[in-house]
Design a protein around this ligand. Structure first.
Ligand code: PNS
Length: 164
């Protein structure tokens, strides 16, 4: 029997956006098993508490009807590739919206391959999400703007529980 292809989709997911969800859906259609991993980034000021991000991703995946063997969990100790080794994942999946993302991601991809032989697969999200980022969502939200066009419903309800 063939060895299952296990991939990890890592990110801060603060919050998960429609662009992230698009990439998760595409990856779920390619790999046998997916781990969506919320990674703590001490360099960023958080909008959504670390613990809540996991359940928001789970709810977003369910609401979008994305199917497959998908585990959503968090990781805040050690190297990302250590998590990959622990769960038998040989691939990291990253979404790239354009050249800037690719320039940022390329050194990390090479280092992760050097460290543990983990390859990085870059997926292109639907271009309609090309301008969407978690940092933009955080900024719009902090200034009182409507983030509903950019995030899954679960996130919008979490940020504005009193709005429909
Ligand atoms: O959503 P983000 O903030 O762009 O995600 C960045 C993330 C979490 C994927 C990145 O910071 C990361 O890979 N962190 C893991 C730390 C690590 O293993 N570093 C060494 C190899 S690059």
């Amino acid at each position: 029997m063939a060895v299952p292809r296990i991939a990890v989709v890592p990110g801060s997911f603060d919050p998960i956006t429609l662009g992230h969800l698009d990439v998760i859906g595409r990856a779920a259609g390619i790999f046998d098993e997916l781990h969506v991993l919320v990674v703590h980034n001490p360099d960023k000021t958080a909008l959504i508490p670390f613990a809540d991000r996991v359940s928001l991703i789970q709810d977003s995946i369910a609401e979008a009807g994305i199917r497959g063997r998908i585990t959503v969990t968090s990781w805040n100790v050690g190297l990302l590739v250590d998590y990959c080794t622990d769960v038998g994942a040989t691939v990291l999946v990253k979404g790239v919206r354009g050249q800037t993302d690719l320039v940022y991601e390329t050194p990390m991809a090479i280092v992760n391959r050097d460290l543990a032989g983990v390859e990085t697969v870059f997926l292109l999200p639907n271009p309609e999400h090309a301008h969407v980022s978690s940092s933009l969502v955080r900024q719009v939200d902090s200034l009182g703007g409507d983030v509903r066009p950019y995030v899954p419903g679960a996130v919008a309800r979490f940020l504005r529980p009193n709005e429909s």
